[in-house]
Design a protein around this ligand. Structure first.
Ligand code: ADP
Ligand code: MG
Length: 349
């Protein structure tokens, strides 16, 4: 069962080509008995040159999804397909060969950079064979790449320890650009940075996407970053995608009670909302080894009924695409129509 953000591109239509397709992806950690179902049947497509945001609380499987796309964890079932130079989708290369297809930018640039190397060497790492020493000739290329991420040539010979967090993240972004991979996975790339430098890094990522026609999967637990950078957004809960669609539509008109809860939990700065108007989501995420039957969100859902425990809701289209390029808004909730109409019963206690 695939909760796709877009229907497959039709021949001759004006739709953008699909750059990345994930189908029915399952990743489990641990042994056969009681595995953690970190990603449990997730599917979507991302159009070339666009950004799919992925949001969800900690533990919902976002990082595992990114690692599976990058080939950094073993997939139990399902598939990751990536468009080749001719535009056709093909199964992703075996993990060792995926660097040229997919690059990852992590939350913590300190861990992602070798502390002993001047940063220019880290930037051109993808251009050098594994474990080879980095040839001096590549320094000019590194300086050029550093320039593209807004860092001057004086930075090239510095070690990461002598740079700010924002500068370090720009270095890892330059490295991702160096690889010329068409798909870039950003896993909470600004979460560890000071608020004051977050905007600049988000803007840089967006500019690079435009300049190099990159396709992003942008993971964040922060709705405001997603709203700023993503075209589409997918909402994950306990290993599953519960809602996906154009970001403006999902934010303005969320259909899944989990998405509605996530949005209500965000304080709206500058709109006069007071702290006591923010409603945090109630309850804890259940143990991913024993997810609730039926709909996984039902144990925290104010609208859960008996049906929700019995049957897993299938994803449904909730609105027509707004334009030919627009993605389809879908959700997986038995009662989204009633919730929208205000006629859904509250959960019996
Ligand atoms: P998120 O990035 O949304 O916080 P993760 O993908 O990191 O979610 O984790 C999803 C689930 O998988 C969590 O329950 C987490 O504890 C578990 N998990 C993540 N990595 C491992 C691992 N290497 N071994 C076992 N369990 C893991
Ligand atoms: Mg994570």
């Amino acid at each position: 069962m695939t909760l796709g953000s877009r229907p497959p591109a039709r021949e001759g239509s004006g739709r953008r080509a699909t750059a990345l397709q994930v189908s029915d992806l399952v990743v489990r950690y641990g042994g056969r008995r009681d595995p953690v179902r970190a990603v449990d049947g997730v599917g979507f497509e991302v159009a070339r040159g666009t950004t799919l945001g992925i949001i969800g609380e900690s533990g919902s499987g976002k990082s595992t999804l990114a690692k599976a796309i990058a080939g950094l964890v073993r997939i139990d079932s399902g598939a990751v397909s990536i468009a080749g130079p001719d535009g056709g989708l093909a199964p992703a290369a075996p993990s060792a060969g995926r660097d040229g297809q997919v690059q990852m930018i992590f939350q913590d640039p300190v861990l992602a950079l070798n502390p002993l190397r001047p940063v220019w060497k880290s930037v051109v790492e993808p251009l050098t064979p594994r474990r080879a020493t980095v040839p001096r000739e590549l320094r000019d290329r590194a300086v050029e790449l550093l320039g593209q991420v807004g860092l001057g040539p004086d930075i090239a010979d510095r070690r990461p320890g002598r740079m700010s967090g924002g500068q370090r993240q720009r270095v890892t972004i330059a490295r991702a650009v160096a690889a010329r991979a068409p798909i870039v996975l950003c896993d909470e790339p600004v979460a560890a940075l000071d608020i004051s430098v977050q905007s600049g890094v988000l803007r840089l990522l967006d500019e690079l996407r435009g300049a190099f026609d990159l396709t992003y999967v942008f993971i964040s637990h922060d709705m405001s970053s997603i709203a700023r950078i993503a075209h589409d957004v997918g909402v994950m809960y306990l290993g599953r995608l519960v809602e996906i669609g154009p970001v403006r539509e999902v934010l303005r008109s969320p259909r899944h009670p989990y998405t509605q809860g996530l949005i209500r939990a965000v304080p709206r700065i500058g709109l006069g909302a007071r702290a006591d108007e923010v409603q945090p989501l109630e309850g804890e995420i259940p143990d991913p080894r024993r997810p609730p039957s039926g709909c996984r969100f039902r144990t925290r859902c104010p609208f859960a009924q008996e049906l929700c425990a019995r049957e897993e809701p299938a994803p449904e289209k909730v609105a027509e695409p707004v334009s030919d390029e627009g993605s389809v808004h879908r959700t997986a909730c038995h009662f989204w129509r009633e919730i929208r109409a205000g006629t859904a019963a509250r959960r019996p206690h």
